[in-house]
Structures are given as structure tokens and as C-alpha cells.
Design a binder for this molecule. Sequence first.
Ligand code: KMH
Ligand code: ZN
Length: 275
Amino acid sequence: MGATTLITVAPTGAESAKADVPALPVTLEELVQTAKECEAAGAAIVHVHIRDDDARPTLDPSRLRDTVRALRESTGLIVQLSTGGAVTDPYEDRLAVLDAEPDMCSLTCGTVNFGDDVFMNPWPFMVELYQRTQELEVVPEFELFDLGHIAALHRLLDKHGLPYGGHVHCDLVMGVPGGMPGDARTLVAAVEALPDGATWSATGVGRTSLPVMFAALSAGGHLRVGMEDTLTLAKGTPVTANVQLVERAAAAAALAQRPSAPVRDARALLGIKRR
Ligand code: KMH
Ligand code: ZN
């Protein structure tokens, strides 16, 4: 699938408040509507964080199940649930995310400073989560916030084998305060360190969005965009709908002669189980 670009949309995240960002999709209806628009604009994967009735981040199991079901009913997108949740979420709740039977889940390969917080991913948690993905036949996307996370990914694969689906897919999350910077030379260093045969996307948080997007396209990578990572289109221009970010990514990918990948190709590439 070298000639196309897999676009992931991360529409919500756990960090922004609805009161501060009214365009953030926080209800199931808003999420499904967003997902439909983003699929039509070229997204293949939706990376999902959900909110409760007060728009606060939650990992409530029945809400997660309802969300997976609703996204499957209304879209053809690959449904990737976040196991990162919010920095305050306990490990047990993060492990239980897989019980909602998503197509994919995120799996972060190490602890990282996260602004004023710490995003905890100690080795035993990583291993337990990874083994659960293998048992439950969920394809993990390895989230790499720092170069050291790539060493941890190699260790995980060496000790515990390939993921379900047999293919390693990573996402470089760049520009988080405390993680690796979102610039071209760091992206190239990270990509050179990835396991042979791995595919990867990249996302740049905040003002690193565009440099990371252009660097990823020029280095042959895929893209993740969305309001989890980016709230402005340009300085002083807020994003008013996630689809704007997907449309921009799809346009850049087309300009780079690697148009957005159809969902069926993404499913084949990643080895997603038919459910
Ligand atoms: N919300 C961050 C603490 C993931 O989704 O797996 C973690 C995060 C990564 O967003
Ligand atoms: Zn996330």
C-alpha cells in the first residue's frame, strides 16, 4: 500500500474541555456524525476517547461497547479504542477497554512526561495489555511518544512475538511537552529506529502538526490528525470540525501523490479481524 496514505482521525482525546472547545465531539451522536464526515473525507481509522454525560473522560465499559457498536453501524471505519484514556485512569480500567471488542487499540510503549502530568505505561502494564491484545485478537497500534519507546517496542516484540494480524503498525506522537520534539530530524531518527517492515503514522501536537505532517509525507509515512492533537488550523483560526483536519491531510496526501487509503486496504494492511 506504498502509494496511499492511511489517515487516522483522533476527534476527541481526553485533555480538552467541552466548555473550552465547543466543537469537540463528546456525545455519541456527535462522535458518530464526526466519524461519518471524516470517513467521507478520507479517514480509515477512528481513534476513540469517550466522555460521560458531563463531557468528562470515561472508560465506562458499557459506553465503550455502545460506542463501538454505533461506529460499526454507521461507518466502515476501523474502530481503534484508546487504552491511554486520561492520565488519571487506573490500569485495570485501561486493560478492560479491550472487552468492548474494538478492531484496534492504542498501546503506548513507555511512560512519558505529559505537560504537567505523567502518562504512566510501565513495562508490566505494557506486557499485560499486549498479551490481552493477542488473546482477544485486537490489532495494537504502538504509540511512540519518545525515542526510548521504540527500544521498548523492540523489547516487547522480541519477548512476546508479533501482534495479532502479524503486522507492526506504529504512531509517532510528536511535540507533547515532555516527549520527543515535533520536527523533521526527530521524525527521521524515529523512523530509522522502527522494526523492519513496520508501517507508521505520525501526528504533531499543537503547532507541530504541520511540520510533522509534511515530514511524515515526505518520509513515506501515514497521518493521524484530529482535535485530540490540534485545535487550530493556523494561529488564531480554531478548528470548527474534525473534518477540516482530515480534509487538509487528504489534500496534502493527494499533493504528495499518495492519496488517502480506502478502508478495505487499511484493513488488509493491518490484518484486522472480521467481526
Ligand atoms: N490522553 C493521553 C494521556 C492513547 O490514546 O492511547 C493518552 C493518549 C494515548 O491519548
Ligand atoms: Zn488518544
